[in-house]
Design a protein around this ligand. Structure first.
Ligand code: SF4
Ligand code: FES
Length: 376
């Protein structure tokens, strides 16, 4: 549909029988952060900095109840992630339960703690897809980012997943240290028998925000990466799908983060906190609901946290009168907060934002250079 200004409009509520409001559409996906424990120490990790706060994890029966409630709410896809979800002993049971409910299950993993036979057990339980991360195509550089000798073990895990018949996506987080080897990363994914490779520029939350001065690429690197990906697509056109998630800091446009706040997905933290995105726990004044205390449906439809940035009423100018506001949802609230201190500000990645210079300026460094690199 079109509104009076000619911009496409996606309604947030529809009229029900008799003209009353219908409930908002169901979320498509639930991101289940099963644990923040992880054998790796990546400098770009999006997990919170205060990892010690999350030692008390939900119990198996609590996760099973959350899966039931998610399905009742209308969720279709579950992304099992972390930290490292393979560290949960109940992972196979959770996958089997999700499958029984008819949910599509995706495992997001480093592959490191994959014991012999576990890939087969996950496949037998009904796992639909594995997304395995590589840090780099070069083992030494990859291990330097991960903080341990991980690369060869990851390649072995990838083979175990494909031998178990599981569809595989290889993903890599891009930063100045690995951008020169995107072609080699795509070649490696093809050699592993992956179906897709997803190359995504670092999102600067959590540990990545702290390490930005060490991770942020140059404009030249970003442009070179685009042509390297185009060349890799040509080389492997019939074998693998290659996705490049753009560097919003270098494009002047914003990402429609999470497809809009509270529009399509919800996140459950290891301790049961329910959030509209991975990084929202840091936002000031957000009353974070808990799946241990409230049903997911009430949280999705009625909680102040999920309603805070829904729709367009909260937007300041220039978003408020911008014809893209229904398409990009004004970008990312967490990025706006990190750069400006105000989560309701226009995402500074947008070239129309009054704060855009904060994104294009080099990451701040002290008088003696950038703060030391911090491994998680
Ligand atoms: Fe998107 Fe706001 Fe920028 Fe318009 S002004 S393009 S809505 S972030
Ligand atoms: Fe929180 Fe984008 S990560 S809104």
């Amino acid at each position: 549909t079109l509104d009076g200004t000619g911009s496409p409009v996606r309604p947030h509520t529809a009229a029900g029988p008799g003209g009353g409001p219908l409930r908002r559409p169901a979320p498509l996906g639930l991101i289940a952060e099963l644990t923040y424990r992880c054998p790796l120490q990546c400098t770009y990790c999006a997990n919170p900095l205060e990892l010690a706060k999350y030692r008390d994890e939900l119990r198996t029966e609590q996760w099973l109840r959350i899966l039931d409630q998610a399905r009742e709410l209308g969720v279709l896809q579950i992304h099992l992630t972390g930290g490292e979800p393979l560290l949960r002993r109940d992972l196979v049971d959770l996958v089997a339960h999700a499958r029984q409910l008819g949910l599509y299950t995706n495992l997001v993993t480093s592959g490191i703690p994959l014991a012999a036979g576990r890939a087969g057990a996950l496949a037998d339980a009904g796992l639909d897809h594995v997304q395995l991360s590589l840090q780099d195509a070069d083992a030494r550089s990859a291990d330097a980012v991960a903080g341990l000798a991980a690369h060869d073990r990851k390649l072995a895990a990838a083979r175990q997943f494909t031998e178990a018949g599981l569809p595989l996506t290889v993903n890599a987080v891009l930063h100045r240290g690995n951008l020169a080897r995107l072609g080699a990363l795509a070649d490696q994914a093809v050699a592993l028998g992956a179906d897709r490779v997803e190359l995504a520029h670092t999102q600067y939350y959590g540990w990545a925000w702290h390490n930005r001065a060490h991770l942020a690429p140059t404009e030249e690197q970003v442009r070179q990466a685009e042509s390297d990906v185009a060349a890799a697509r040509e080389r492997h056109a019939d074998r693998i799908e290659i996705t490049l998630v753009a560097a919003d800091h270098h494009s002047g446009t914003v990402k429609p983060c999470m497809d809009g706040w509270g529009e399509r997905q919800l996140v459950v933290n290891p301790d049961g906190a329910v959030l509209p995105c991975l990084a929202a726990a840091q936002l000031p004044g957000l009353l974070v609901p808990s799946a241990a205390a409230e049903p997911l449906a009430a949280i999705w439809h009625d909680s102040p946290a999920f309603n805070r940035f829904r729709g367009t009423d909260w937007m300041p100018e220039p978003c408020r009168s911008c014809e893209l506001r229904e398409l990009d949802h004004g970008g990312c609230r967490c990025q706006a907060f990190q750069f400006t201190g105000d989560p309701a500000a226009t995402d500074p990645a947008c070239r129309l934002s009054p704060h855009h210079h904060l994104v294009t300026a080099p990451a701040p460094a002290g008088t003696s250079g950038p703060a030391p690199r911090r491994f998680r």
